[in-house]
Ligand binder design. Sequence first.
Ligand code: HEM
Length: 669
Amino acid sequence: MASMVKSVLGAPINLLSSCLSLDGKEREQQSAPYRQTRRTADELRRYQEELEEEKRKRAAHCEKRNGERAAMRTHFRHKYQLAQNAKDDNHLNAVGGKAVLPRELAAVVRSEVPPAQERGFSLFGSFQGLDFRALRESAQNSSQQCRVIGTAEGARQLRRTARCRGFAEGGRRAGGTAVEGGVRPFDQIPSTGRSGWINLARFWKEDVFRTLHLHMERTFNRLGPIYRERLGSSDSVNLLLPQDIGELFHSEGPHPRRMLLEPWAAHREYRGHHCGVFLKNGAEWREDRLLLNREVMTPAVVMRFLPLLDEVARDFVGRLQGRLERGGRGGLTVDLAPELFRFTLESICHVLYGERVGLLSDSPNPEAQRFISAVALMFETTLPLLYLPPRLLQRLGAPLWKQHVAAWDHIFQHADERVQSGYRKLRSDVTAGGGASDRKYPGLLAELLLKGELPLERIRANIMELMAGGVDTTRAVPLQFCLFELARTPSVQDSVRRQVQLALEQAEGDVAQALRAAPLLRGTVKEILRLYPVGISVQRYPVKDIVLQNYHIPAGTLVQACLYPLGRSSSVFSEPLRFWPERWLGSGSGSGSGSGSGSGFRSLAFGFGSRQCVGRRIAETEMQLFLMHMLRNFKLEVKSKTDLRTKYTLILQPESPPPITFTLLNPEP
Ligand code: HEM
């Protein structure tokens, strides 16, 4: 392993091009503090110790949080003369009978205390479990505790400031689509209703969240290509047209931000976990992101992990083939969704940890199944929590919040175990001097550990997010849509298959080369994500005032590019509802009427620019390899060609997965 690492990392790191467009000087600045390379066995041992130490700290942190909450509950039970609770007593005893409350709990308790008591002797302070003076100090110093939350609040403040500045001048002051007659103020943007809370209540009552993508489409039809929507405490401007979206992305600044998934951030804060790139912002985000880009986004790295993805795709196809052969003549009609979830989880684990986890075996590990269920629950509970203050629900102990935390805890525990075992394996490999002949890609985790460019806790946080951000669902679902569209459009299926077969023949088995020679595979993936974007919007907070559709948008406003209506709009694509992968090949190939300014902003399923999906290359490669092997071996058919009904649960998915009939193309004689 050691010699492999040496040969692999022999080239200076700064020669590896980053996919962010940095100039040489900036790259130099970013990498200078991280010049140290390869870990020794001793360092890895220290790492292990650090890991143990961190685990202890986390346990202590949890104990402290439990103590704080127990203290608060004890206070209220005492106040309302309710029976005390043995579990809370235990939590309090574990922290020595006293707890210093963080800001949010302190605020709850403080609102109970009359000012006179706060000044002098505090009856309150003598309550069991509460050190009120320390509590007050902690509340005053707590701004640092809420870094993640601070960023969301910062955005709101920025927005308020921007709005207060006003925009009295007419004409075009910022970039964007302005027309004669002066720019109209922000408040005149067509809106779905003035009260966010009434809107939210309507969304709940009419179950609009479940079909948010269709709601967006209807609203654009009703109000035009830009509208404003207040939902609970959130307030966003929604965009349909590529030229406006282009303008938005041009004003995203060097540290682009998207809408914070507050329930996720609240979980990290609640459990004292570090954040990875998904939840970070600002300079910290950029530093981690530049390093990750080098490890997962460059063409050279894609070539290294491609064989791992190819192995899993071949395995999947081989197993399906086996099932068909065992079933005798004729096809197999099946809903492949559960197998696809296992396939994508197996693939991502192979790339992250460099080893197979056995999910495609005949008796897959039940723990993996529980992991998949936890991921599904995490997504389901995120959406309703998005528009409610998670901290309030947390305080109230709402079942929704508890389920969300339990789902995340399971995901973290699972990924933590994988990180630990990957780490142990690496250590023993390095101690044993490594296997010089083992030139296989060791997995992203091992690469990051060996290079030593990021502190351990940041490696763990990012690996966790790559696993959670790229969880099986994000790729398994588009693959379901892909199989369905190819099955119901035989002419497209045939032409993609012909290209694949030719490409494989010409490449003489070199899969990477075959992928390059079969652009229709890439076109198919793009076309599926146009019609069924996994995330139905991409959001940004512009860092400067802009003008869109002749409305003034103040800096700091939450603005969303609405991908589902964009992908199906006849003002952007010709024949928008047709599944037509060729539209993405070359220029003038029927991509629609949206040429000219902003025409590059039509394929945005992975987001845009320096903040785009960091797992993009993994996902694209995996999906193309999957389709290549499937089309080569099977003919796909569906009974009903009716459009699929879709639902939105933070990702867009079919209401019920379509059963597909698979027939072997070259059955064994
Ligand atoms: C079809 C598959 C996928 C789609 C459609 C998708 C889509 C997206 C989108 C739209 C974003 C936001 C980008 C932006 O704000 O501009 C994103 C971010 C992200 N994705 Fe993906 N993703 C996919 C697969 C993956 C995979 C496989 C991984 C992990 C290996 C992953 C990890 C992440 C992470 C960590 C971020 C946050 C990046 C950052 O903020 O710097 N995604 N993804």
